[in-house]
Design a protein around this ligand. Structure first.
Ligand code: SF4
Length: 235
């Protein structure tokens, strides 16, 4: 690889707060492209700073044009909202129309339902942290594409590493499958706990799904009782 190409990659990973090759299966489990990037990082990236604060991550993101979603009609980046030292974090797929307009995740109808779900276990939107895998709205709310996920998700990883939540709730199939690198329906992924980046990850149905299928509410309540139990459990 040419030196300037290596430098460009290292700058990119430096912006992402990557300090060296991770042994984390999250990094190792991606496809060949991601493994190649990790190998490049292993070569020389140890000079970069740590993950820093949420403000530093937001500043590194800037007016991001790193993937094509920047030019497909987004109004603004939807970074994340809530308590920077939250014990509980929610991760969804990507902003929708209302979120894109307001710059805040989960503010539409599905967001209002999420707020009720959060409050049902004695938490509030202010006590938790809410973010998405992807920070810009995909056109027509289509699913994010693989290259978009690969470009954007390292910023979410940095957010998780700074917040260090005890529990992460992955909302819906896309977030659960993307974070866990598992290709299974959400109905198969939910109902159990997974170790994830120092936290316990609990997958559940997306609130938008619940708006269409009220029969999933019982399962979501079971998942949220599990979350409450995990939060109450000592370290
Ligand atoms: S989706 Fe993420 S990587 Fe793509 S432009 Fe938006 S912030 Fe940047």
């Amino acid at each position: 690889m040419k030196p300037h190409t290596v430098t460009a990659h290292l700058n990119y990973f430096g912006e992402l707060g990557v300090t060296g090759l991770s042994k984390d299966p999250v990094w190792r489990g991606r496809g060949a492209q991601a493994r190649q990037k990790s190998a490049e990082v292993e070569t020389e990236a140890s000079v970069f700073a740590g993950t820093g604060s949420l403000e530093a991550i937001r500043s590194d993101l800037g007016e991001c044009t790193r993937c094509k979603l920047s030019g497909l009609g987004r109004q603004q980046i939807v970074f994340g909202v809530g308590n920077p030292s939250a014990e509980l974090m929610f991760v969804g797929e990507a902003p929708g129309r209302d979120e894109d307009k307001q710059g805040i995740p989960f503010v539409g109808r599905a967001g209002q339902l999420l707020t009720k779900i959060i409050e049902a276990i004695g938490q509030s939107r202010e006590s938790v942290y809410i973010a998405n895998v992807i920070k810009c709205r995909p056109p027509q709310n289509r699913n994010p594409e693989e290259d978009e996920v690969e470009t954007c998700e390292p910023f979410l990883f940095r957010q998780i590493d700074v917040i260090r939540p005890k529990v992460i709730v992955a909302l819906g199939a896309f977030a659960a499958k993307t974070l866990l690198r598992m290709d299974a329906p959400i109905s198969k992924l939910r109902g159990r706990e997974y170790e994830y980046r120092g936290a316990i990850l609990v997958p559940t149905f997306h609130p938008a799904y619940l708006l269409r299928n009220s029969k999933g509410k019982r399962e979501v309540w079971e998942d949220m009782k599990r979350v409450r139990g995990l939060l109450e459990r000592g370290p």
